[in-house]
Design a protein around this ligand. Structure first.
Ligand code: G6P
Length: 607
């Protein structure tokens, strides 16, 4: 959610911190700040609003140049977005200054204790408690002090810390919130997200929980809680700087919409061979597979919609009971999870707190845990028994598109592979789907090429009071994704309903001119969906039908978009594309900040 950067080296820290914060701004962006050490004195500048506001504030202060600093972009949890709640936060005499991602759950009792000691607070944040507590605990040795302090903290944290007593040293420590360290020709760097390190290094070191990293301009050193030095293992970064840049597109979301064919291709091609599908990452024995009695798929947001689609496809083709679980509910529900459960967690970032907690719960109950994620070395990837990466490349836009498509493609592969291994899929159908799967990126590109078509639709409907998406079977879940996209980036109320369910209440909301997007990609169900379409149309709805069924606009007296006619299993990969494009163009016509929608964050690392 929030973003952390840190630098110590031979260059001026200020532009390096600001460049890092730009790369992280998508994680959280209601305020930002930096603190740099100059001649042993920390200077903090922070501003409410976007990073551009902080940059203006920095430009307006006498030029600062410093070899060491920390920076932060904030997504408010404790205390409203404001300059005084923005990070960094310092102890009263600026002795310790910290930036923090995560939530300190026992901050109230710690604050009370510090208030009793006469400490005065400047903000409403939980983070400020850490700065004062460090100062309160100071033993003369920052390393010792930091270890002592974290033992008093409950909750999650990634911390960048500077201390006046050691003005050439940067400290970093984490618990449940990621922190990455890198080394470049002119210094060492710290970030909460790999994208901030890409311009400087292609080797990263992922800190483990409670490991302390001590950084200076030449090197960094990692210590265990017992204060023993550890040799960290480097982690190669295969993302390029360019892949995390806009490259001429108006928005990251548009760029990522166009990158979907590649994301799917990269995810599929390394597992699809002449002779079939192979997941080298998973046990190959059929015994392993046959040991499962149920499958649970947990995720949040758009990844949950992929889970719903996954439930449908796995139940159809693998013939096991499958549940799609909202991770934040799963973690507290009395679930039926046991060693015969195959648990699949889906997450682009691999850091979503609820998904991670769901995985831990499933693991504790003995389930075999598989993570599907896009960020290498993420917490989910590291904690799962097996990890299946999607190769979508860095996704920057808050509203996911290419990671969603890659997750979907991975679930096709998993479904087909399991189904084939268990003998549930006839040879003919297996070959037909494999052929189409190979050609899927091309079909995706074809539909995406129509993206400009949706400009006029957006111009017509950008002021609509409410949108509806209707569909049956998998189309209903794709509709949920379409509705979420619209809500996220254009702030328009939108609902997706199983087409047959509308009559049981929501149809009362249909008025003259209400836009209704009807999805119908399973030909068996087309006549049923058509009846539902007529029901809303006769109540004044303006219908757009997205289908692979050859029907003309005059036949339905509404707009029709004809999709490529693929095997029903693969249709969700093409039917979601017009919905993403419609959401994008409506948000654009409405003048919304597409890549950074209000109140949202890309990676939700708090409950
Ligand atoms: C946020 C994002 C969504 C994403 C969800 C889950 O809400 O805005 O786009 O689907 O988190 O994120 P994850 O990283 O776990 O896929």
């Amino acid at each position: 959610m929030c973003g952390i950067v840190g630098y110590v080296g031979k260059s001026n820290a200020v532009p390096i911190l600001l460049e890092g914060l730009s790369a992280l701004e998508y994680r959280g962006y209601d305020s930002a700040g930096i603190c740099v050490m100059k001649n042993g004195t920390p200077t903090t500048i922070k501003e409410k609003g976007r990073l551009s506001d902080l940059k203006q504030a920095i430009a307006a202060t006498p030029a600062i140049s410093s070899a060491l600093g920390i920076g932060h972009t904030r997504w408010a949890t404790h205390g409203a977005p404001s300059a005084h709640n923005a990070h960094p936060h310092s102890s009263e005499n600026d002795f310790y200054t910290v930036v923090h991602n995560g939530i300190i759950e026992n901050y109230i009792s710690l604050k009370e204790m510090l208030l009793e000691q006469g400490v005065r607070f400047q903000s409403e944040t939980d983070t400020e408690v850490i700065a004062h507590l460090l100062n309160h605990n100071h033993t003369g040795n920052p390393m010792e002090t930091i270890f002592k302090t974290i033992r008093q903290l409950e909750g999650s944290y990634a911390l960048g810390i500077i201390c006046k007593a050691e003005p050439d040293t940067l400290y970093a420590i984490r618990c449940e919130s990621p922190l990455i360290v890198g080394k470049c020709s002119h210094g060492t760097l710290l970030a909460s997200d790999i994208t901030a390190l890409l311009p400087h290094t292609s080797q990263a070191y992922l800190l483990e929980n409670h490991q302390l990293c001590v950084m200076n301009e030449r090197d960094f050193f990692v210590y265990s809680e017992e204060q023993e030095q550890i040799t960290p293992t480097p982690f190669p970064v295969d993302w390029t700087v360019e892949s995390a840049q806009k490259q001429g597109y108006d928005h990251f979301m548009l760029k990522e919409i166009y990158e979907q064919a590649t994301a799917v291709k990269q995810t599929v091609q390394c597992r699809l061979f002449e002779e079939g599908i192979c997941f080298n990452e998973l046990p190959q024995s059929n015994q392993w597979l046959m040991g499962f009695r149920s499958i649970q798929i947990a995720a949040c947001g758009s990844a949950y919609h992929v889970a719903l689609l996954g439930k449908d496809m796995l139940e159809t083709y693998v013939r096991l009971p499958v549940s799609a679980e909202i991770a934040s509910e799963y973690r507290y529900r009395n679930t039926l999870t046991n060693p015969q459960t195959l648990f699949i967690a889906i997450s682009q970032s691999g850091e979503t707190a609820d998904t991670l907690a769901a995985l831990r719960k499933a693991k504790k109950n003995g389930a075999c845990c598989v993570a599907i994620c896009n960020v290498m070395g993420s917490s989910l990837a590291r904690e799962a028994d097996y990890v299946l990466y999607t190769y979508a490349g860095p996704e920057i836009s808050v509203a996911t598109t290419k990671a969603y498509s890659a997750q979907l493609a991975l679930l096709y592969l998993l479904t087909l592979s399991f189904s084939h291994r268990l003998g549930h899929l006839g040879q003919e159908e297996w070959e037909e789907i494999l052929e189409q799967l190979k050609a899927l990126p091309k079909q995706i590109s074809r539909v995406i090429a129509d993206t400009p078509r949706w400009v006029s639709y957006a111009e017509q409907f950008h002021n609509a009071k409410q949108f509806f998406f209707l569909g049956r079977g998998m189309d209903c879940f794709t509709g949920m994704e379409g509705a979420l996209k619209l809500k996220e980036i254009s702030y328009l109320p939108a609902e997706s309903y199983p087409a047959g369910e509308l009559k049981h209440g929501p149809i009362s909301l249909i008025e003259e001119g209400t836009p209704v997007i009807v999805l119908s990609t399973d030909k068996r169900l087309f006549p049923k969906v058509l009846s539902n379409l007529r029901e809303v149309q006769s109540r004044g709805a303006q219908v757009l039908l997205i289908t692979n069924y050859p029907i003309g606009e005059t036949d339905i007296a509404g707009e029709v978009y004809l999709l490529p006619d693929l095997h029903p299993l693969l249709m969700p990969s093409v039917s979601v594309l017009p919905l993403q494009a419609i959401a994008y163009h409506i948000a654009k016509v409405r003048g919304c900040d597409i890549d950074k929608p209000r109140n949202l964050a890309k990676s939700v690392t708090v409950e």
